[in-house]
Design a protein around this ligand. Sequence first.
Ligand code: COA
Length: 276
Amino acid sequence: MDKEYENIKIHTEDGITFVSLNRPDKRNAMSPALHYDMEDALIRLADDSETKVLVLTGEGEAWCAGQDLKLYFRETYNNPAERKRSNTASHHWRWEMLSRYSKPTIAMVNGYCFGGAFTQLCACDFAIAADDAVFGLSEVNWGIIPGGLVSWNLTDTMLPRHALYYAVTGEPFTGKRAEEIGLINFSVPKDQLRERTLELARKLTKLNPGVVRYTREAVKAVRRMGPVEARDYLGSKQDSLQKADKEIADRVGMKEFLDQKSYRPGLGPYERPKQD
Ligand code: COA
């Protein structure tokens, strides 16, 4: 995508688009202007044919130090119209868009991740962090609760006791600990972070995008359903996938397993036939 932004950087290579929050001097704290940039960029990238997988990261030492306490909170205190506008944009890109994005998303957590940043962390499909990245629910120190959607994100992603412990104490924790408590998929030494993220991203670009999208949507949606609703929903979802998916992946894969005996799902992911 050729558009340039003041508060974010975008770089695409081999179908993988890195979107970096770019306020390193402010540890990538989220100002209203950054929210507007991110909202615009995510809308554009959703339709960008070069982007197959989106990686969200940060420039410099931080992934994101949360909402900008000065520009997002203090300076909009007496400007309710701006507060409302930036709050809407903030929620729109961090949760409404990212949690249901049309392409797979990976949070690549290179450093500090605080407060409001947990929302986009939890919205991304996958999260990989540097072992020494520092996570923190610092709200308690400001006399506020993890608001916006953060408290909900925590209990939705982590076991409730861990969510409560870190929210109430405000104690920071590392990438390694974030893996142990299920907040991220895994942590790696910092010098391997980019390569390990690319490894996962490349794997995702090789899969059938329609099947991946429907699977992501299905797994997320059934979480809040009972078994009866879920079964009904999954049946309809499968029907609509079959109608929508040009490659008819289930039949192609099955043919290769049952007839041609050229593919064993237990030995590795399905390699799509070459696309034109
Ligand atoms: N809002 C506004 N500004 C922030 C910020 C935030 N959330 N986080 C960092 N900054 C600013 C600092 O004020 C400082 O600005 P200055 O250079 O104009 O003084 C700059 O970013 C660098 O921060 P600094 O604290 O000097 O960097 P550090 O590397 O020593 O520490 C952190 C990094 C992230 C540990 C520390 O900045 C911090 O604790 N930030 C607050 C994080 C937070 O609680 N976020 C949740 C908000 S609800």
